[in-house]
Design a protein around this ligand. Structure first.
Ligand code: T4K
Length: 372
């Protein structure tokens, strides 16, 4: 392989020339933030593209999560997955809420609805599932449980931009869904995020919360935060959106190629597609099972030594980090599936500008990996 590093992802950047007119418009208007014209246009364009009723933009997916929990006044205990990026449960801790970890389904790697009820206590107020790698959660089973126990559902949909199930956008499920537009995501605004809301009233409440709780010049109605997306970020989002179909199509091709050439390798397992969902191909996770000649970590380091920077998303489990380990009773024994998967998972490079020859090298390396 060449010495050029290949990362797990690379942001899609349209040409700088295409971005200049957006910047000129911002310079002209001198409107930099606080819900300017680019912000408004991006909210509208995203509602149309994603097929959702209302969307409130944020400066990161994490602040969107924090605010979603505030907007629904979630307290006490929240049932969530240990198999995610730490932001999911950090958002609970930052709101003074206790995360209660429930194991994942071995097929989808999302929270296992069959295990949720056993974790519900009198303190439970909500469920915070993640559509991990963009694979839809079992939304119907989760909603049934939420309805039976009068719980709120907030989906961390950071990976699920553009994902659809047979009825439309996956983002329409639950009380709220949050998105991340971080540089590493399928759709990025450098940094950014959003809350998908069911109606204008909820969005208005969220808009107040993301702008310090300000209603008008003399009225502050809530202890809000600064969660606003700037005009430059929103403008970049508008430009990105023009390229999103190409971005997802390229990702689909790369996904197909991995599947085609790695499918017969003993010990390499893929995640299966769920139902009739429309994927965004945001990650390409593989499981390194015992039949493979070397361990997941050996493969990870070997690839790294050969300039291929895969990632072990999500290892360690969130519940294994000290701030959670000490706080809760989630012993690894209670999370056998998540523990197993976390030690076997490897996310391979997938992004629109991944060169054919680089993907071929990765496939060849994994196909011919020996024990030495
Ligand atoms: N919920 C879930 C389920 C999430 O996955 C995330 C974020 C959130 C909530 C929170 O959303 P945000 O607040 O972030 O909007 C990355 C991202 O920083 C993080 O956004 C993402 N999840 C997580 C899964 O991955 P790292 O620590 O792996 O990022 P980093 O900097 O190591 O980047 C990975 C690779 O991407 C690099 O090796 C090279 C490439 N890269 C990265 C950046 C930042 C670039 O080519 N350009 C870049 O600008 O966390």
């Amino acid at each position: 392989m060449s010495d050029k590093p290949i990362y797990v992802t690379e942001p899609y950047l349209p040409s700088l020339e295409e971005f200049i007119p957006y910047l000129e418009e911002i310079w002209e208007s001198k409107r930099l933030t606080n819900g300017g014209p680019m912000h408004g246009k991006l909210e509208q364009a995203l509602c149309e593209y994603l097929g959702v009723p209302e969307i409130a933009l944020f400066n990161s997916g994490t602040v969107a999560l924090l605010t979603a929990l505030q907007a629904l006044r979630i307290t006490g205990e929240v049932i969530t997955t240990p198999y995610s990026f730490v932001a999911t449960s950090h958002s609970l801790l930052w709101n003074g809420i206790k995360p209660v970890f429930v194991d994942i389904d071995p097929k989808t790697l999302n929270i296992d609805p069959k295990k949720i009820e056993a974790a519900i206590t009198s303190q439970t107020t909500a469920i915070l599932p993640v559509h991990c790698y963009g694979t839809p959660c079992d939304v119907e089973s989760i909603q049934k449980i939420a309805d039976n126990y009068n719980l709120r559902v907030i989906y961390d949909a950071a990976h699920a931009f553009g994902v659809q199930d047979s009825g439309g956008s996956i983002l329409r499920h639950g009380d709220l869904s949050t998105l991340s537009f971080h540089a590493t995501k399928v759709f990025n605004t450098f940094e950014g995020g959003a809350i998908v809301c069911p109606d204008a009233k909820t969005k208005q409440h969220i808009n107040n919360l993301k702008n310090f709780g300000i209603l008008d010049e003399v009225t502050v109605v809530a202890p809000g935060i600064n969660g606003k997306m700037s005009e430059v970020n929103a403008a970049f989002g508008l430009l990105q959106l023009q390229h999103i179909d190409h971005v997802i199509e390229r990702r689909r091709e790369i996904d197909q190629t991995y599947r085609q050439y790695l499918k017969d390798i003993p010990g390499i397992r893929f995640l299966e597609k769920v139902g009739k969902s429309l994927s965004n191909y945001s990650y390409f996770p593989i499981l390194i099972e015992p039949e493979y000649p070397i361990s997941r970590d050996q493969l990870y380091f070997k690839l790294k030594n050969n300039h291929v920077h895969t990632r072990r998303y999500f290892y360690p489990l969130i519940s294994e980090f000290s701030m959670y380990r000490d706080l809760i009773s989630a012993q690894p024994a209670n999370l056998p599936v998540a523990s197993y998967i976390s030690r076997r998972i490897l996310c391979l490079p997938i992004y629109p500008t991944l060169e054919k020859k680089d993907q071929e090298h990765i496939i060849e390396f994994i196909s011919n990996c020996e024990t030495t």
